[in-house]
Design a protein around this ligand. Structure first.
Ligand code: OGA
Ligand code: NI
Length: 349
């Protein structure tokens, strides 16, 4: 029997007796994606933001939370969000619905293979089709807002995606308000300037099956997220690494929390004060890891530029030119995930 074409890493990982990875998945020959740089565990020191304090009606509590948020954005660009109000059963249900999607037959998933980057639902593997090296990851991308979409299978997906999407959107918007406040902008500056009522919310579910040679493969290469703020949840299996002070830090999952990170647009808006941080996903040989990242973006036709209040022609001239969200997305998607190359494209000094 001729070998069927492999359409996902799940299908590959499911092959009986697979003990080594195809060379196309080996990152050894790609010097910018080496695996053996210093890695340390520092989940303890990653900042935590208590969402209930950030949204508190007590001005003192909120003030303190805003200070902490600003510091977290400046020092880390990544933080854990607790007491966010999204119920645990919704988070778990969303992860299980994604797992059930990835466990559909290859035939069934193929139905959702997107033809174009603007398709509202897209299943695929690795990152971009032209990648020199393949990544040990399948994905499902679903546009949840401003128009809501859902695959029809599994049947539970729609309900969880509606509920989870709504909850995550609220949390992201409140954090973005806090970020504005911490930068000395009007709280609703981003809301208005980027028309967040029509903000783009695209869920990215990542599926990383066990890999027989995890040290040779990579789940996702180092990249920054393009949008304003990404919220990530995971199924309890670690694999995310964040760059901090020149080192890769293992971020261990904490149940019932969001992991939030600053995207490129906050870096542009803040004229480089808050930076989007490089992160990547490594794989392991034992467990399937599932993560769901939701980058929250402006409206598709919004124009992003450094906030005029945060720049000064003499002391602090703009570092980035204005860019339409749509243009940036196209740039992001034509460019394989490669560090922060998109941001470099719009740098003017
Ligand atoms: C992403 C991402 C990290 C992870 O989807 O943008 O960074 O841990 N995912 O899966
Ligand atoms: Ni990311």
């Amino acid at each position: 029997m001729a070998a069927a074409k492999i359409t996902s890493v799940k299908a590959l990982a499911d092959l009986p007796g697979l003990s080594s990875i195809p060379t196309t998945y080996s990152i050894q020959s790609t010097p910018n994606i080496v695996n053996e740089e210093a890695v340390s565990d520092a989940t303890e020191s990653i900042p935590t933001i208590d969402f209930s304090l950030l949204t508190s009606t007590n001005p003192e509590e909120r003030y303190k939370a805003i200070q902490e948020l600003g510091k977290a954005c400046e020092d880390w660009g990544f933080f854990v969000v607790t007491n966010h109000g999204v119920v645990e059963s919704t988070m778990k249900g969303m992860i299980e619905a994604c797992r059930a999607f990835f466990e559909l037959t290859e035939e069934e998933k193929k139905e959702y293979e997107g033809k174009s980057v603007v398709d509202p639902i897209r299943f695929g593997t690795s990152t971009a089709p032209g990648d020199k090296v393949l990544f040990w990851r399948d994905y499902l991308k679903v546009l949840l807002h401003p128009s809501f979409n859902s695959p029809n299978k599994p049947p539970t997906f729609r309900e969880f995606a509606l509920e989870y999407g709504k909850g995550a959107r609220y949390v992201a918007r409140e954090i973005v308000r806090g970020i504005c406040d911490s930068l000395g902008l009007e709280e609703d500056y981003i809301d208005k300037a980027f028309n967040l009522d029509n903000g783009v919310q695209r869920m990215v579910a990542n599926f990383y099956p066990p890999c027989p040679q995890p040290e040779l493969a990579m789940g996702l290469p180092p990249h920054s997220d393009h949008a304003l703020l990404t919220l990530l949840i995971q199924n309890g299996i670690g694999g995310l690494q964040v760059e901090h002070e020149g080192k890769w830090i293992n971020i261990n999952p904490i149940p019932n929390t969001f992991l939030a990170n600053i995207g490129d647009f906050i870096q542009i808006l803040s004229n480089g004060k808050y930076k989007s941080i490089l992160h990547r996903a490594v794989v392991n040989s034992r467990d399937t890891r599932i993560s769901i990242a939701i980058p929250h973006g402006p409206a598709i036709d919004a124009v992003v530029s450094p906030a005029s209040k945060l720049i000064d022609p003499v002391c602090n001239p703009p570092i980035y030119r204005a860019v339409k969200y749509k243009e940036y997305l196209e740039l992001n998607q034509s460019n394989t995930l490669d560090g922060k190359s998109c941001l470099e494209h719009i740098r003017i000094r």
